[in-house]
Ligand binder design. Sequence first.
Ligand SMILES: NC(=O)c1ccc[n+]([C@@H]2O[C@H](COP(=O)([O-])OP(=O)(O)OC[C@H]3O[C@@H](n4cnc5c(N)ncnc54)[C@H](OP(=O)(O)O)[C@@H]3O)[C@@H](O)[C@H]2O)c1
Length: 250
Amino acid sequence: MTTTVLITGANKGIGFQTARLLGARGMTVLLGARDEQRGRQAEHRLREGGADARFVQLDVTDPGSIAAAAGWVKAEYGRLDVLVNNAGIVRADGGGLPSQTTLATIREVYDTNVFGVVAVTSALLPLLRAAPAARIVNVSSEVGSIASMTDPDSPLWPIASVPYPSSKAALNMVTAMYAKELRDTPIKVNAANPGYCATDFNANSGFRTAEQGAEVCVHLATLPADGPSGLLWGHLWRSDDTESYGVLPW
Ligand SMILES: NC(=O)c1ccc[n+]([C@@H]2O[C@H](COP(=O)([O-])OP(=O)(O)OC[C@H]3O[C@@H](n4cnc5c(N)ncnc54)[C@H](OP(=O)(O)O)[C@@H]3O)[C@@H](O)[C@H]2O)c1
């Protein structure tokens, strides 16, 4: 039976590269994208590369879109082996300082980065439970690590922004709580830190590639039965610029 993976926000960036890498491993890739044209273009690119890729319309802030996507996956496949909650946005008023931040901006970011993940995960959980050993990967960030952001010796110390970092901190807790609820099942739930990757997200200023970020997601999407659950895992920012991966502090 085919192994299916659904990736949200898969039309570009880290989500697209995750889809490409998992497609190359023989998985059936369901490309979630909120915009049909962008989603179909990504589907076309992956199919040209030989992947079994299918676009599915999915806006993670739209309950109707989520329900329709879940219904389609159920009708087509009857189960889901891997869910990668990748769709995310960054917004800030001014520099994002707490004193400059509006609730409207925080709500907008949380709608996608936090509430969207909960809504999509819960809608797909019956299909993930129907798979033999499902994996859930929530694409988070090192700026969601309270320990790292409050460490004066961390390269993240100069950042003092509320909307995006606090949304990823909330996502980390969401990850830990789903992992706890599902601890007696074969399902593993982890948060991924792709590292600072050059994508549209940051006007391509990242020092890692989207593919390198995707490799972190692939690792967590393909964990073996004795792999961990309930961790923030991924790229570790080292002052000597060497590549390193491991568990990040919450
Ligand atoms: N790049 C980095 O350095 C970095 C570092 C740490 C974590 N991350 C995380 O990695 C994930 C992917 O980021 P990226 O760098 O690949 O960014 P990106 O290139 O901007 O891609 C973001 C993707 O999310 C989609 N999206 C946004 N809102 C959506 C919604 N409501 N419903 C469905 N899809 C939606 C976008 O779709 P449209 O094309 O339609 O806008 C796009 O496909 C995010 O969760 C981000 O927080 C990125």
